[in-house]
Design a protein around this ligand. Structure first.
Ligand SMILES: [Ca+2]
Length: 332
């Protein structure tokens, strides 16, 4: 053990205690300072410094000997860990890229899911429309079913209705028959009434026609005008029986008939537009007539009590005359 003390120094001395096991360093009470102790103190200081350095060197060697394997092991572990970490980082990078790729897939899947959702909405809307259509169809089916039931009931009534219809048809036919009979009776009554009226006015009825034998004489044209005013014409003659009726009723007195020439030298024609039958008429002329005396005889009269009673004469002469009108007034 080495102790050093200085009187002048205000700095407290440092006491070093060294043994084989440990080294301690702590402040000590300042020793009393003398000249020999100063040399001693330097020596001790050098020795202490050498010892300290030796101890430090030994400690360093000891620490290196102890710590190097641990450090190397630790370094190896660190390397291994670093490699593992590096591998994990690579794995993480791989996972990141896969995640990126999968993210695109997920986004596409999201879009597809949205499209599917939109399609589902559309399908739901379509289903709702179909449900509404089914409801409407059901309502129509119910109406049709009701109508069919009505038709079925009507169909059951058809035989009875058909019998009624047959009865009605028979009745209708009878009614039509009665109507026809009534119509015929009405026409007959009209004819009878017409005949009565015409007869009461001096007309004679023969063969479906009325004849008026005048009591005054007129020229041929004035006689025709008179007949026209009575809804008739100067008479035509279309049969032997009619000729016989006329000359017998005329009683041999001269009467104008409705025969005249179309122009001064034309063919004979009936003034009521009845077609002129030249062959039949040949039987009614007085033999030698028509002779057109004086080239002025363009009208015909009846002047004998005979089938052959016709003579051509001047139209301006005045004679009695015969008007003729059908039983049924001609249609306007
Ligand atoms: Ca004549």
């Amino acid at each position: 053990m080495c102790r050093m003390k200085t009187a002048e120094s205000e700095v407290p001395d440092v006491h070093f205690s060294v043994d084989k096991q440990n080294i301690s360093l702590w402040p000590r009470e300042p020793p009393p300072q003398t000249g020999s102790s100063l040399v001693l103190r330097k020596t001790c200081t050098v020795r202490a410094a050498v010892i300290v350095l030796t101890l430090v060197l030994l400690a360093s060697v000891l620490l290196q000997a102890i710590l190097y394997p641990w450090f190397m092991n630790t370094l190896s572990d660190v390397k291994t860990s670093a490699q593992l970490l590096n591998g994990r980082v690579d794995n993480i990078s791989t996972l990141s890229s896969e995640i990126k790729r999968n993210r695109g897939g997920v986004e596409a899947a999201g879009i597809q899911v949205q499209m599917v959702n939109a399609s589902l909405d559309h399908v739901h809307s379509h289903i709702r429309r179909l449900e509404a259509g089914v409801k409407t169809a059901n309502a129509q089916i119910q109406i049709l079913t009701k109508s069919w039931e009505d038709i079925y009931n009507l169909n059951a009534q058809i035989p009875e209705l058909k019998r009624d219809l047959d009865k009605a048809s028979a009745l209708n036919q009878k009614v039509r028959g009665l109507q026809s009979s009534l119509e015929n009776i009405r026409k007959l009554l009209e004819q009878q009434n017409d005949i009565l009226q015409m007869v009461s006015q001096g007309w004679k009825h023969f063969g479906g026609n009325f004849y008026y034998f005048s009591r005054v004489s007129k020229t041929w044209y004035s006689a025709q005008q008179f007949c026209r005013s009575r809804d008739s014409h100067l008479t035509s003659v279309t049969s032997v029986s009619e000729q016989e009726f006329l000359y017998k009723t005329a009683g041999g007195l001269v009467h104008w008939i409705g025969l005249t020439k179309a122009g001064s030298e034309g063919d004979w024609k009936w003034v009521d537009d009845t077609p002129f039958n030249k062959a039949l008429s040949m039987r009614f002329w007085i033999p030698g007539e028509p002779n057109n005396t004086g080239n002025n005889e363009h009208c015909a009269n009846m002047n004998r009590y005979s089938l052959q009673s016709w003579n051509d004469a001047s139209c301006d002469k005045t004679f009695l005359f015969i008007c003729k009108r059908p039983s049924k007034p001609s249609e306007p």
